[in-house]
Design a protein around this ligand. Sequence first.
Ligand SMILES: Nc1ncnc2c1ncn2[C@@H]1O[C@H](COP(=O)(O)OP(=O)(O)OP(=O)(O)O)[C@@H](O)[C@H]1O
Ligand SMILES: [Mg+2]
Length: 163
Amino acid sequence: MTTAAPPLIRQRVETSAARASQVWKVYGSGEAQVVALRGVDVELERGRFTAIMGPSGSGKSTLMHCLAGLDSVSRGQVYVGDTEVTGLNDAGLTRLRREKIGFIFQQFNLLPTLTAQENILLPLAIAGRKPDQDWFKTVIDTVGLGDRLGHRPNQLSGGQQQR
Ligand SMILES: Nc1ncnc2c1ncn2[C@@H]1O[C@H](COP(=O)(O)OP(=O)(O)OP(=O)(O)O)[C@@H](O)[C@H]1O
Ligand SMILES: [Mg+2]
């Protein structure tokens, strides 16, 4: 006989985009040790915008890096959808970052020798996939970068680089 999962649990799994459970992040050791995250529990709902606010140095970037599988946690669990990020090996993490995560860094990390268009399409190129041309045009029109696609990052304004 099988028993169905209680409805509340099933709903939580389906609606959560990302989740942290008792996450700690400790940088360095000894005198230089910084406890950046101290047992953080947070759940980000699917299909919504969530802002993380706090003073400079309070751990916002650290939390986002850990939630996106870009940095390791010292203790605790991170989930993206149903996947436990903290249980993935390097290959699994690479796949997750390429296929599930979009991230605008505080420092942009654009490749300086590539054009705006090449930077935008790089993750798809690495994955060996062809961009959907209609969707590409829609996205570019939405962010208003149509006339800057051939520019390299140092030829773009700060805001254009961010977009
Ligand atoms: N690689 C690191 N090694 C040691 N300490 C670090 C490292 N990265 C961040 N920290 C420290 O961890 C704490 C949290 O940093 P974090 O970058 O997450 O803050 P933040 O909330 O994003 O700040 P800001 O609003 O200034 O961007 C800070 O005290 C910072 O000095
Ligand atoms: Mg930050």
